[in-house]
Every structure is written in structure tokens, then in C-alpha cells.
Design a protein around this ligand. Structure first.
Ligand SMILES: C[S@@+](CC[C@H](N)C(=O)[O-])C[C@H]1O[C@@H](n2cnc3c(N)ncnc32)[C@H](O)[C@@H]1O
Length: 191
């Protein structure tokens, strides 16, 4: 595990605890919750404090939250327990992923980009399962390191053999912390 990355995120969650806990589940999920199955297994990859994971658990899915930050996952567990829900949580470095084949009915990947996960997401999702993906995309002329940003067309390219239910990219601007950011988002069903 990358300890420095884990420490960095632990510190961030400790310093910004209240603002993370105040967030709503991601809009891509809540606006499309009608697509979710009423039962089955769900993965929230890089779940943070579990806001979207708890939404899935409330929906009746057996939900697994993975994240590099132990501190964030403790918050997620506490919040789930307070709501009378069960949330499975495991500290995991998703830069070295492993996920069981043919296991999940739903996967969330929100505000996180680790390209090594993509082949595992594809294999762990069951036939008929759904992936919800939303993260930042490079803006025209942007020169920041590509590891943190999707390239135009990259996200849909990974899932172009899936049934694409929702896809938006690039010049849709999201204002976050007063910064304008481009993002790409996808909901797709595995054939
Ligand atoms: C911007 S937050 C997003 C959290 C949550 N998905 C959301 O929508 O609010 C990014 C998350 O990625 C996690 N993370 C960063 N690197 C990771 C890694 N290598 N493996 C697993 N999680 C990681 C961080 O701890 C943090 O919770």
C-alpha cells in the first residue's frame, strides 16, 4: 500500500471531516436510482466517507466500500451503523487492485481515477450489472498530469461494448470549490 497516499487522505478527511460528511450522494446515482436492482451486491470504489455507498445500502444492496483511507472508512461504518445499515468496508489500495470475477451487480466509481481498476471492474461486474462512473476530464489546453484526468473519449472507450445508458463529457462544467472543472460520466450495463 502507498502509505504516503493513505496518510495524505487520512489527514485530508480529518481536516475536512464536516464538509465531507455534509455531502449528498453523487447526483449521477440519485438521479438514476430507478435503474438500481432491489437486491444484489454493490461496490463503491474509493468510497471516502461512504455517502454514496450508504445510499446503495438503503436501497437494499449488500454494499462494499473500499478506500485507501482507514479514517474515511471508519466514518462510513459509523454512519451506516447509526442508520441501522450494514456496510462492508475494507482498506484497499486500488492502484494494485484485485476483485473477484463475476461478483458485483453495481459498481460506483466517483471522483476517482485509477486506470488499473478498469479490467477488474469489467471482470467483477456480472452480466446485466451496472457501472456508474463520474470523474474529471481534461479541459482543452489543460496540461495537468493525465493520471488524474480522463482524456476525451477515454471513459466511453473502456466500456464501448456495454449498453451505454448515460454518457456526458467534457464541456459540461461542474463548479466545485469555486473551480470550473470538466467531467465525464457514464452509466453502462454489461451485456
Ligand atoms: C475525491 S475523493 C472521492 C470520494 C467519493 N468517491 C466521493 O464521491 O465523494 C477520492 C477518494 O479516493 C481515495 N483514494 C485515493 N487513492 C486511492 C487508492 N490508491 N486506492 C483506494 N482509494 C484511494 C481517497 O481516500 C478518497 O476517498
Amino acid at each position: 500500500m502507498s502509505q504516503s497516499e493513505a496518510d495524505r487522505w487520512d489527514a485530508k478527511y480529518q481536516n475536512e471531516r464536516e464538509s465531507w460528511l455534509a455531502q449528498e450522494p453523487r447526483h449521477l446515482l440519485t438521479a438514476n436510482a430507478f435503474l438500481l436492482p432491489g437486491k444484489g451486491k454493490a461496490l463503491d470504489a474509493a468510497s471516502g466517507v461512504g455517502t454514496s455507498a450508504i445510499f446503495l445500502a438503503q436501497h437494499g444492496l449488500q454494499t462494499y466500500a473500499l478506500d485507501i483511507s482507514e479514517y474515511a472508512l471508519r466514518q462510513a461504518k459509523k454512519r451506516a451503523e447509526a442508520a441501522g445499515l450494514v456496510l462492508e468496508a475494507a482498506v484497499t489500495d486500488l492502484s494494485k487492485p484485485w476483485l473477484p470475477d463475476n461478483y458485483f451487480d453495481v459498481i460506483l466509481n466517483f471522483h476517482f481515477l485509477e486506470r488499473a481498476t478498469i479490467p477488474f471492474y469489467r471482470r467483477t461486474l456480472k452480466s446485466g450489472g451496472l457501472i456508474f462512473f463520474h470523474t474529471f476530464c481534461k479541459r482543452p489546453g489543460q496540461t495537468e498530469d493525465r493520471i488524474y484526468y480522463l482524456e476525451p473519449g477515454e471513459l466511453i472507450g473502456w466500456f464501448n461494448d456495454y449498453e451505454v445508458i448515460n454518457y456526458t463529457e467534457e464541456d459540461s462544467l461542474l463548479i466545485e470549490n469555486s473551480k470550473e472543472r470538466s467531467y465525464a460520466q457514464l452509466i453502462a450495463r454489461k451485456p
